[in-house]
Each structure stands twice: as structure tokens, then as C-alpha cells.
Write a protein that binds this ligand. Structure first.
Ligand code: GLN
Length: 290
């Protein structure tokens, strides 16, 4: 039943205005123009200061122009509110997914562009062609497979519960009558709805907002993916992650349904990146083994 609600939400968003769900096209152009303008400004400043513009300042623009001419641009849709998978460092989107996507783009000789949007806008952006693929710690899910195709998986994850250190909630068995915060349209949303009923679930656009609500005692718990849960708890005072892995999930990249050409290319690149240790190295960089 709730599974259908999940699928219907995706369908509704797609059926409504696709423009409202994504908007990648505009941002893309602006981003490229800004980058070009900034590069020029940086070079001018360096020249004015009597310095030779360093390789670092000139290379990205040249590389990008070359790559665009050669292989084209690959637009990735994500929701950069999900450290360590994707988040902002200054105005740059970094994390495991951007690094894996960059490595894939490099293998394909293409230029990667990243579009940040709400999590539940990612699939509509991919199906409408505003983005070529979605990479967002996205769990392979059969309801999503009505709209997109998933590549081979590249990581495992599970849903966990964040509570205040003083909370008596110890696991999912204690959640049935509790207020649970989740990120809208996620597998955590589905699971929490299952456990506590629709009326007890508070849906936020960002995991961070759910965690703030928990800190302010507006809700009793947050259900979210394990690695982001650990990051949120590290960054806040007085929170803990319960010791229960509530689901077994696998992350993969989503492409438009039937886009087997891109699916095969990404799978080919992913296979090589798994075999040569690149994926492991990226994962270990962001989630160091204990
Ligand atoms: N893995 C979860 C899902 O796919 C959450 C992803 C996210 O919030 N970025 O629904």
C-alpha cells in the first residue's frame, strides 16, 4: 500500500510541471557561464599582478572545453545534503558520489556537471532528460524501477534511528507511537511510515532539518541512512545512533528507463573502477574503516 504511495508521489511530481521538478537546464548554462567568467577574471587578476597564471587556473577551463568538444557533457542530478555521499564544501559539491561520477566521466572522456536539487526531484529530472543520471546515495527500489533503470550497485547501506542520548528508544520496536522525522521521498520515509503510520511521520527536504527538529524535541527520532546518520551525530551534541540496522539496501546510479547505451557505458566504467580499486579508495577516503 505505502509502496504505491511512494510510486504515486514520483508520478505526481513528473506529471505536474517537469520544470518545477528540476530546472537543471537553466542552472547548467548559468554555471558554465559563471565558471568561464571566473576563470577569465582569475587570469586577468594574475596577469595584472604580474604573475604567470598557474597551470591550476588555466587547465580546468581548457580541459573542459576540450572534453566538451570531444566527449560531451554528462549531467548528474543529486541532493547535496547527504554527507558523506554528497555535500557542499564552500560552493563545491563533494563526496563519494561526485568522485565516483567524476571517475566515470573521466573513463568516458566526458565532462561532469552536477545539478543540486531536492531528493524527490532527481528521478523526474532523469526521466525528463534534464539530467543524464541520478547519483545520490539512491537505493535500488522496485517502485523507482518503474521510472528509471539502475546501474550495477556500488555500495551497501541500511536505515538507522537517530535519537537523543537520553532517549529510551532503543530500536524499531519502540517507534510505533513516536514522531519520526525523515527526508521526503526516501526509503527512510517508507520505513518510518510502515513502523509508525503516516500521521506520525514528519517529512523534511533535508536530513539536517529533521535532525534540528530532533534537537528541538519536536520529534522523537530520525530515520535515515547509516553513513549520513553518523555524520549528523558527530556534528551535533547529545545525539546517538541506535544499534539496529533496519534494512539492507544497495545504492546504484539511475538513468532514464530504456537508456541502455548510457547504462552500459556507466556499468562498464563502474566495473573497471571496482576492479582497479578506485571505488574502494573513494569510499575509504570518506568513510574510513574503523
Ligand atoms: N538511500 C535513501 C533512498 O534512496 C536516501 C537517499 C538520500 O536521501 N539521498 O531513498
Amino acid at each position: 500500500m505505502k509502496k504505491n504511495v511512494f510510486a504515486m508521489a514520483i508520478a505526481a511530481c513528473m506529471a505536474a510541471s517537469l520544470a518545477a521538478c528540476g530546472g537543471a537546464g537553466t542552472a547548467e548554462t548559468t554555471g558554465a557561464q559563471t565558471t568561464a567568467a571566473q576563470t577569465t577574471a582569475a587570469q586577468t587578476t594574475a596577469a595584472e599582478a604580474g604573475e604567470t597564471a598557474s597551470a591550476e587556473e588555466t587547465t580546468p577551463a581548457e580541459t573542459k572545453a576540450e572534453a566538451e568538444a570531444a566527449g560531451g557533457v554528462l549531467v548528474m542530478a543529486t541532493n547535496a545534503e547527504f554527507a558523506p555521499w554528497e555535500y557542499y564544501e564552500g560552493d563545491k559539491i563533494v563526496g563519494i558520489d561526485p568522485e565516483i561520477a567524476q571517475a566515470i566521466a573521466d573513463k568516458l572522456g566526458m565532462t561532469l556537471e552536477i545539478e543540486d536539487m531536492a531528493f524527490d526531484s532527481i528521478i523526474p529530472a532523469v526521466t525528463s532528460g534534464k539530467a543524464d543520471f541520478g547519483a545520490a546515495g539512491m537505493t535500488v527500489d522496485e517502485d523507482r524501477m518503474v521510472f528509471v533503470d539502475f546501474t550495477d550497485t556500488y555500495a551497501n547501506a541500511s536505515q538507522v534511528i537517530i535519537v537523543k542520548e537520553t532517549s529510551e528508544i532503543a530500536g524499531s520496536a519502540d517507534l510505533s507511537d513516536k514522531k519520526i522525522g525523515v527526508q521526503l521521498g526516501t526509503t527512510g520515509d517508507l520505513l518510518a511510515t510502515d513502523l509508525a503510520g503516516d500521521d506520525n511521520v514528519e517529512r523534511y527536504n533535508k536530513g539536517f532539518e529533521a535532525v534540528q527538529a530532533l534537537l528541538q524535541d519536536k520529534i522523537d527520532a530520525v530515520v535515515i541512512d547509516s553513513a549520513p546518520a553518523n555524520v549528523f551525530v558527530e556534528q551535533s551534541q547529545g545525539l546517538k545512533v541506535c544499534d539496529e540496522a533496519m534494512s539492507q539496501e544497495e545504492y546504484a546510479i539511475a538513468v532514464a528507463k530504456g537508456n541502455t547505451e548510457l547504462l552500459d557505458k556507466i556499468n562498464g566504467a563502474l566495473k573497471e573502477l571496482k576492479e582497479d580499486g578506485t571505488i574502494d579508495a573513494i569510499m575509504n577516503k570518506y568513510i574510513p574503516a574503523e
